[in-house]
Design a binder for this molecule. Structure first.
Ligand code: RFL
Ligand code: PHB
Length: 393
């Protein structure tokens, strides 16, 4: 088959790219290794920046998000048994975040794709990229046991951290920057109404904990754990007991309990690929960069990349201009590195160290926590990064 842009991966990045291209009259074919059900039920991110919400609304994708998304104007930092509110809205000129699950965004995008006749193949296998440095790249794959080939002008590698697109960039061109953290997150979903209507990031001597939510009846919670943590050691009772300990608060607030419907361990990593472009291959989202989830930036960065890429393709096809495509990598990397730094900062601030340097490092963390909750300048810096920097016009 022949298309203008072949898109590898139907996560938020690939699905949104195909939608934005379609709005510009640009044809694309999207291929995905997993099933539709798997993509629609994969529980991941929950926090959308204002710019992400605006992007989805402008693209006509915001109808359900406007109804069901929970708009938050602040977050709380809990340490030494006290909650401290960071008033995101007043510190950032009225910007806010919206809590709306990534899988809901993915469901909305897949619904829009199928309504608009988007060529989208789930359950594909043996995906490989060919001739991406030439004028006529190809994507090979199998579907239902049949070998398929896409001939295209460009390839968008939106296949996440474990995808194959990044490997099509020659080793002598590709540079990677990486940090793996000595801890992970044990995450649960519980059928329990959230007991607070804002997120709580807790620093406790036993480890970090995060209180979040997915809806008025579902609470999302995370606990810092070891990267090799064995889930079998975590009965529901142990999870709740550890959560109550880490969220212990002088005013008596604590998360509400309910049946746990999902439990998983997420490793923590910072990772950046430079450049994000090679020949006619463009990487977007987790295929190009990973942030630890503490800053809630991963999906937002994927959306930001795709905004830049869709606009660059539109300029190319409508006006024959290639400068935006040529600048794609450097345009995106500015925002990527800001988010990398912020995510690293939030991660270090909120996770106590258990290493040799713990006594000294943990005193510094406590000092920084007091600073960001008492200095307006420090709180504003945190708030500005958390809600996300505005997009260039
Ligand atoms: P995805 O979502 O990983 O999608 C990539 C898709 O590509 C498919 N694929 C392939 N398809 C075809 N051929 C191949 N060879 C393929 N190989 C893979 C995969 O099956 C998949 O469907 O990447 P994308 O689109 O770049 O989106 C990135 C986000 O998913 C990710 O950054 C966020 O989930 C990160 N994240 C968070 N981001 C936020 O913005 N806010 C948050 O609050 C937030 N919290 C989180 C998070 C990630 C977490 N985990 C589980 C890592 C919380 C957690 C716990
Ligand atoms: C979530 O709700 O899954 C969530 C919220 C905030 C984060 C990370 C994850 O920083």
């Amino acid at each position: 088959m022949r298309t203008q842009v072949a898109i590898v991966g139907a996560g938020p990045a690939g699905l949104l790219l195909s939608h934005l291209l379609r709005l510009q009259g640009i044809d694309s074919v999207l291929i995905e290794t997993r099933s539709r059900e798997h993509c629609e039920n994969r529980i991941r991110a929950g926090v959308l920046e204002q710019g992400t919400v605006d992007t989805l609304n402008e693209a006509g994708l915001g109808e359900r998000m406007k109804r069901e998304g929970l708009v938050h104007h602040g977050i709380e930092l809990l340490f030494d048994g006290q909650r401290h509110r960071i008033d995101l809205a007043s510190l950032t000129g009225g910007r806010a975040i919206t809590v709306y699950g990534q899988h809901e965004v993915v469901c909305d995008l897949i619904a829009a794709a199928s309504m608009n006749g988007q060529k989208l193949y789930f359950d594909v296998g043996d995906v490989s990229l060919h001739d991406v440095a030439s004028g006529s790249p190809q994507v090979h794959f199998t579907h239902g046991g049949t070998a398929q080939r896409i001939e295209c002008d460009y390839v968008a590698g939106c296949d996440g951290f474990h995808g194959i697109s990044r490997t099509a960039i020659p080793a002598d061109v590709l540079r990677t920057y990486e940090r793996v953290y000595p801890y992970a997150w044990l995450g649960i979903l519980a059928d329990a109404p959230p007991t607070l209507d804002e997120l709580v990031y807790a620093h406790h001597e036993r480890g970090f904990a995060l209180f979040s939510m997915r809806s008025p009846t579902v609470t999302r919670l995370y606990l810092q754990c070891r990267p090799d943590e064995d889930l079998a050691q975590w009965s529901d009772e142990r999870v709740w007991s550890e959560l109550h300990t880490r969220f212990a608060c002088e005013d008596g607030w604590t998360p509400g309990e309910g049946p746990i419907t999902q439990k998983s361990v997420t490793p923590m990593r910072s990772f950046v690929t430079e450049p994000m472009q090679y020949g006619r291959l463009f990487l977007a989202g987790d295929a190009a960069h990973i942030v630890p989830p503490t800053g809630a930036k991963g999906m937002n960065l994927a959306v930001a990349d795709v905004r830049v890429l869709a606009k660059a393709f539109a300029e190319c096809y409508q006006h024959g201009r290639h400068d935006l495509l040529d600048a794609y990598s450097s345009t995106c990397l500015g925002r990527v590195w800001r988010a990398e730094h912020f995510s690293y900062f939030m991660t270090n601030l909120l996770h106590p160290s258990f290493d040799d340097d713990a006594p000294f490092a943990n005193r510094l963390k406590m000092s920084e926590l007091k600073y960001v909750t008492t200095s307006e300048a420090a709180a504003r810096s945190l708030a500005e990064n958390y809600v996300g920097l505005p997009f260039a016009a």
